[in-house]
Design a binder for this molecule. Structure first.
Ligand code: HEC
Length: 495
């Protein structure tokens, strides 16, 4: 859409007759001013016109919303305690309909955010879009960057598998290198000296309540400041031609943004479907062999820290990263020339490239070291095997009756929940134990659903075989059809 049309749209805004506009919309507009809100949102002028180069910011917003939605679904089952966290994630991964898919979208989504964020920052940096009264806009972006790193760090621990536990142990240990306050910070984050339920609930609260609240505020500030400053537009071109090619945000830029969001969904969906996110065995703090590795985007930092041991640690952990972060945040104040073309800003672009290449090299070095050291390589291979075999094993609820996860299994299927009552009324638990865990009088029924299908099970209950009869198992003949169905569903749900 070109400029004249957009102004005509604006003029028409108030002049349409109610019947033309839709009476409901008119009614709503009189009360909410939704019409002018839409104009403000959609008619934002983009100097130089819509472009595919501008999709990253809205892509990030889209991913953030996707993380919220998938995160809410995960939270429906998750219990943040060292006893139950891992079982509930295993339950989501192995039992809940589409649970593994949603968990994978959430986990891969966090990587996608890092990638799109890097693209967004690179685009802003190369195009010099932080220039021209945009210092606060840039600053809000830096705060969001830090919050995002906080989200991925806190989220990584929540599954409470070996990988999560040991990577976070290392991550929080780094804090203690900070002079004076380091140890206090570490205990504050861990909720004590050791990693346990208190650590998990602190990370959960940060991941689910506190950081997201700050992100909401940060996104609002970032978008507001962006709208206030206006889109930066192309890096060159004279004012007159730019003005001519200016077009509103709607429809073409909106279309580009939607196309990008669809690409993201497809990418995440394919990954989640064909390569579902794995879960390893439950954290075992007593395991002294485990070789922890953080999420891929933390690996360069992880490698970097290895070079700074002993007295120098503070330089590597605090001084240099602090200096780089400060330079990064202060960029719009340091670089005040209006020049935006990257080839006219060789110093800035070179420093940026060095940092990125440096991170890439560090990541590569870490990978090479892992391959070269046979002890590490074989331990990593063993850890991978453990993950694969854990993923293949059927879901095992925590036993001992008190288990919330086991309760979830029954609750997830109302028929099975009813069957549980019948199981007890019929006195099956007298021989097979509560929850079918087995007693001296009769074998456990857990997993029996894999042996017999529903019809076979029903037949067996109505007419127990000779061995069962020998063991004193009575025939179940006095049940209504639906009660029998419920009983069978319950026995089958015992896993
Ligand atoms: C008096 C004790 C007793 C009671 C009560 C009882 N059972 Fe059994 N049940 C047994 C014994 C003993 C066996 C194992 C026979 C064998 O060795 O194969 C058995 C076997 C089974 C099996 C087959 C297990 C397998 O692995 O093949 C199922 C299913 C079963 N019982 C379900 C039930 C249900 C449901 C009820 C309640 C309606 C019930 N039982 C009540 C004693 C009992």
């Amino acid at each position: 859409m070109d400029e004249p049309q957009s102004t005509s749209r604006k003029q028409q805004g108030g002049t349409f007759a109610p019947s033309q506009r839709g009476r409901f919309f008119h009614w709503l507009d009189l009360r909410t001013g939704v019409d002018s809100l839409l104009h403000a949102a959609l008619d934002e002028p983009i100097p130089g016109g819509a472009s595919l180069a501008y999709v990253f910011g809205s892509g990030l917003l889209f991913l953030f919303v996707s993380q919220i939605i998938t995160g809410v679904f995960l939270a429906l089952y998750y219990i943040p305690s060292a006893d139950h966290a891992h079982t509930t994630i295993a339950y989501i991964t192995k039992e809940v309909t589409a649970g593994s898919f949603i968990r994978s979208i959430h986990a891969y989504g966090s990587s996608a955010i890092v990638i799109v964020l890097l693209l967004h920052i690179t685009q802003t940096f190369l195009f010099g879009s932080y220039k021209g009264k945009r210092e606060l806009l840039w600053f809000a972006g830096c705060v969001l960057f830090a919050l995002m790193l906080g989200m991925s760090f806190t989220g990584y621990l929540l599954p409470w598998d070996q990988k999560a536990f040991f990577a976070t142990t290392v991550g929080t240990n780094i804090l203690s290198e900070i002079p004076w306050v380091g140890n206090a910070l570490k205990s504050l984050l861990r909720g004590g000296t050791e990693m346990g339920t208190l650590t998990l609930s602190r990370f959960f609260v940060l991941h689910v309540f506190m950081i997201p609240a700050f992100i909401f505020a940060g996104v609002a500030a970032h978008v507001y400041l962006f709208r206030k400053a206006g889109a930066a537009g192309p890096i060159q071109g004279n004012a007159a031609t730019l003005k001519q090619s200016t077009e509103p945000f709607y429809p073409r830029q909106v279309l580009f943004d939607i196309v990008f969001a669809l690409l993201i969904i497809c990418g995440l969906g394919l990954l989640a479907h064909f390569s579902p996110m794995e879960l390893g065995p439950k954290a075992n703090p007593a395991d002294t062999q485990y070789v922890p590795r953080p999420e891929w985007y933390y690996i360069p930092v992880f490698q970097w820290l290895k070079y700074w041991e002993g007295a120098l640690a503070i330089v590597g952990i605090l001084v240099i990263p602090g200096f780089v972060a400060l330079l990064f945040v202060a960029l719009p104040f340091l670089d005040r020339r209006p020049e935006r073309r990257p080839w006219k800003r060789p110093a800035a672009v070179t420093i940026y490239a060095i940092i990125f290449i440096g991170l890439g090299v560090l990541g590569g070095l870490s990978h090479r070291n892992d391959l070269r050291d046979p002890a590490v390589a074989s331990q990593l291979a063993k850890q991978h095997e453990d993950v694969v075999s854990f993923m293949k094993a059927p879901f095992e609820p925590e036993l001992a009756g008190s288990s919330l996860a086991a309760a979830n299994v029954a609750l997830a299927n109302p028929l099975a929940a009813k069957g549980k009552d019948i199981f007890e009324q019929q006195g099956c638990n007298a021989c097979h134990g509560d929850g079918g865990v087995g007693t001296a009088a009769a074998p456990k029924l857990i997993g029996v659903g894999a042996k017999y299908d529903g019809a076979k099970l029903e037949a067996l209950l109505k007419q127990p075989n000779s061995k069962m009869t020998a063991g004193g198992m009575p025939a179940t003949t006095d049940l209504k059809d639906e009660d029998m169905k419920a009983l069978v569903a319950y026995v089958q749900s015992l896993k």
